[in-house]
Design a protein around this ligand. Sequence first.
Ligand code: NAD
Length: 516
Amino acid sequence: MTATDAAGTAGAAAGNVGAGTEGAGAGTATIMAGGIPVDTRHFIGGERVASPETYRNTSPIDGGFLGDISRGGEHEVDQAVVAAREAFAAWAALGPHKRGVILHRIADLVEQNLETLANIETLDNGGLLRSNLRGVMPRVAHNIRFFADYAINDLGHPDFETRGHTNHVTWDPSGVAALITPWNAPLMLATWKIGPALAAGDTVVLKPAEWTPLTASFFADLTKQAGLPAGVFNVVQGYGKEAGAALVAHPGISRISFTGSVPTAKTIAKAAADNLTPTSFELGGKSPCIVLADADLELAASLAVEQYDNAGQVCLSGTRILVHEDIAEAFAEAFTKKAQSLKQGDPRDPESDIGPQVHVTHFERIKGFVDRARQEGQSVLMGGEPNDELGGLYFKPTLINDPTPGSEIVTQEVFGPVLTMQTFATDDEAIDLANGTEFGLAAVVVSGDRDHAKTITDRLVAGTIWVNCFFVRDLRAPFGGSKKSGVGREGGTWSFDFYADVKNTVVAPNGWKTGS
Ligand code: NAD
C-alpha cells in the first residue's frame, strides 16, 4: 500500500475537520485534531521519534485532512523492541502492586481526558461521539483498572499437594508483548490488550491500525504523564505490511496479540512460526441472531436493529438474522419500522444513530458486497446503497431477504451495516444455519422460553452467546472465537495465561530446606 492509497477522500465534502497542515510531511510533529493537539510520531523509549516518511490521515466524517503520520518500518520497530526489552527487567521486578499504582494513574488520566479522547476517536474513525463519551472511553479506563486489580487480587491458584509435595503456580512476566489492533474500536481494543500485558509485567509495543492512529498516540502521552517508565509502553505507527509485519517477525518479542481479519492472522501466524512466538487471535465473525417462534417480537426487532451499531463495524455483530417462519412476516415488519427510524448522520451530532464507514476503501468493499448480491438476484428489502443525501462514506442500513444459501453475502464477513434474513422451520434447521459458516465468534438468541433457549445455546458453536440481550461484556469472562474467529481466549485469568509465563514450582515435603 502506498501513502496515497491511505487517503480516504471518497469524493466527500471538503471540510477540513482536522485543520492539520496539508502536505507538511515529515517535519510535522503535532496536528490539531478538532482543535486538540496530537503528536503524529512514534512513541519509543518514552520519546517521540519521527520517520523520514509519513502517510496522510483523513477523517471519515467528511474526508478532511487530519495529519501526516509517521510511517514506521523495520528500523522503528527494532528501536521500539530494543527499548521495550531494556525496560522489561525493572518493570517485571516492580511486582503487581507497584505496577497497579501506575496503571491506575493512567486510568485516572484517561478519565480526566475522556472528552478529548472521545472527540479524537470520533474524528479518526467516525464512531458516534455519544458512544465514545458514554461507553467506549469509560471502558478504556476500566480495561486498565480491571487488569491492574485482577493481577493483585484475583490472579492465583491455591497450592495443592502431590504425595506431600507442594505445587505452587505463578504467572511470571514473559517479555515484550507485540499488540496489533484494528480500526473499528481503536483505543478500546488496544487497552483490552495493554491493560493485562502491563499488569502481567510485560512491556509493550503497540502497532495501531493505519486508518486510526490518533488515540493511541494521545494515550502514549498519558502513560508518560502517569509516570510509566520509559520503554515500558511504545507505539509504532504505520502500515500493516510494513510496521506490522516487521513487529510480528521480530525475534525479540515474547507474545503477539492480534485483533483483525482472518487473512492477516494467517500471515502473522506464518511469521510467528519462525520464532515460535505464542499468538492470541481475535478475528472476524458472521454471527447469527436467532429469533425463535416464542420470542417477544419487539425485543427481537430491537436486538436485531442493534446489530447496525458502529455502522455495522462490530466483529460480534449478529449479521445473519435467522427467524422462525411462523413469525417472519411480523418480525420483518417490526424490524424495518425500527431500522428505518434510525437517523444516519454526522457522528458528532447527538441525534445520529449511524455514522460513516471508516475509510473509502472499506466503504467500496461494503458496496461491492451489496452490488454483487443484487447482481446475483438477491432481494434487497431495505437500503442497499450509499446515502446520497449525506454523500461521502455513509452507507444506508441494509437488509437482504432470503439470500441464496452458500452465497457470499451470507457466508463472508461484510463488516458494514448489512444484515441478511433467513427463515427456519425447526430447531435443527436453525442450528444448521447458525453453525453453517467458517466463523464462530458470537450468537444472539431471542426466546420467551428459557429451556427452549438453552437447548439452542447448548448446540451453538460460538465464543460468546447472548440470550435476550446483546453486547453485555464482563472482563472476568472469557472472550474469543471458535473456528476461524480466533485462537485462544482473553479476559480474566485467560488474559494472564497468555501474556505471562505460567510456572509451577514443586517443593519437596520438607520445604525449601535441603538435607533432612
Ligand atoms: P486487518 O487484519 O486488515 O488489520 C488489523 C491490524 O493488522 C492493523 O493494525 C493492520 O495494520 C495490521 N496488519 C495488516 N497486515 C499485517 C501484517 N502482514 N502483519 C502484521 N500486521 C498487519 O483488519 P481490520 O480491517 O483493521 O479490522 C477488521 C477485522 O477485525 C474484521 O475482520 C473484524 O471482525 C476483526 N475484529 C475482530 C474483533 C474480535 O475481538 N474478534 C474485534 C474487532 C475487529
